[in-house]
Design a protein around this ligand. Structure first.
Ligand SMILES: Cc1cc2nc3c(=O)[nH]c(=O)nc-3n(C[C@H](O)[C@H](O)[C@H](O)COP(=O)(O)O)c2cc1C
Ligand SMILES: Nc1ncnc2c1ncn2[C@@H]1O[C@H](COP(=O)(O)OP(=O)(O)O)[C@@H](O)[C@H]1O
Length: 304
């Protein structure tokens, strides 16, 4: 897979099929759309691609940094696994925001990417103030001789699978549902930072992580997780909360990694959420907390 930054680039080597959208989470609906785009691209003998914005469109439109499910780095990895040929990256800036739908198709899709086929979801919106919808895209496709495929929504339990539905499920800690809708575990990439140095003394050192992006944070509690360090996956238990036993006031995401004893301060690790175990509790003593943590680890071993 090739990653191409379109800020100072123009595709002149080949024609492309392009999936358009935000693709936050790359959930099973997104995956179906991407797979449809890849098979059609193969049929036509052109390259399969995805257009992503380097920054979320909302950061420019209303100065709002929305919570995300997947960072761009994670999207690249999933796209590579799906078999996409190219990821195009575009800065979403003021001038791009103000492009009309028609100019977006002419200036970006045609002139910069040699787009011959566009695949979008039923609710795709484009152009200044999201004025263009899928039927307008079909019209423009006719006008400029670009194939356009609009796909129907994908349902799970009578509900449309959407990034916003998944964000809510994450916030409520419904991890099983999240995994079913995503088709892969929800995971947070974070840098290991120092904490209060209490973990080791309790017999449970924890890697405290500072998320690398503005992720949706699951509700406070203890989770069965997998932690990926240097491409190796370890079973782990993650606590999200304010350490109520110690009356702290900073939200921490901290992970005890089973069968592990390395110093990983400063490293970027990935924590995959597998299941919710229990609520965060204020214990009366350190000993009670340690007893409960031992039980948690037993549960992690049993349930994973
Ligand atoms: C599996 C697990 C469960 C935890 N559960 C709780 C809890 O219920 N209540 C609480 O106050 N802290 C809980 N903690 C957090 C500990 O208080 C925390 O790891 C300890 O204070 C170490 O903090 P430090 O990383 O700043 O040194 C839990 C930690 C782990 C790894
Ligand atoms: N099994 C383990 N799980 C998590 N971190 C571990 C483990 N073994 C060693 N470590 C290291 O120990 C650090 C955590 O120790 P801890 O006493 O909890 O200190 P801190 O309060 O700085 O997090 C981690 O950041 C990591 O570098």
């Amino acid at each position: 897979m090739e990653i191409i930054d379109l800020s100072n680039y123009k595709e002149t080597r080949f024609d492309t099929a392009i999936a358009l959208g935000n693709f936050d989470g790359i959930h099973i609906g997104h995956q179906q759309l991407i797979n449809a785009m890849i098979s059609k691209a193969k049929e036509l003998g052109i390259k399969s691609s995805l257009l992503l914005f380097k920054n979320h469109t909302k950061t420019i439109i209303d100065n709002n940094k929305p919570n995300i499910i997947t960072s761009n780095e994670q999207k690249f990895k999933i796209c590579e696994e799906l078999g996409i040929d190219i990821i195009y990256l575009l800065d979403f800036d003021d001038s791009l925001m103000k492009l009309s739908g028609e100019d977006f198709i002419k200036n970006i899709i045609m002139n910069k990417m040699n787009g011959k086929l566009l695949v979008v979801g039923f609710d795709y919106k484009f152009g200044y103030k999201a004025s263009g919808d899928s039927s307008y895209l079909l019209e423009l496709g006719e006008k400029y001789n670009i194939d356009v495929i609009v796909l129907d929504p994908v349902y799970k339990n009578n509900e449309i699978i959407s990034s916003s539905a998944i964000r809510k499920l994450i916030v409520f800690g419904h991890i099983n549902e999240v995994t079913k809708m995503l088709g892969h575990p929800y995971s947070i990439l974070g840098k290991v930072v120092t904490g209060k140095n209490r973990g080791n003394k309790l017999g449970f050192p924890t890697a405290n992580t500072e998320p690398i992006d503005n992720y949706v944070i699951p509700k406070n509690g203890v989770y069965i997780t997998n932690t990926i360090i240097n491409n190796k996956r370890y079973l782990s238990a993650t606590n999200i909360g304010f350490n109520p036993t110690f009356d702290e006031n900073i939200l921490k995401i901290e992970t005890y990694i089973l069968d592990f004893s390395e110093d990983i301060y400063g490293q970027i690790i990935e924590v995959e959420f597998i299941d919710f175990l229990r609520e965060d509790i204020k214990f009366q003593s350190k000993e009670e907390l340690i007893n409960q943590m031992n039980l948690d680890i037993e549960m992690v071993k049993l349930k994973h």
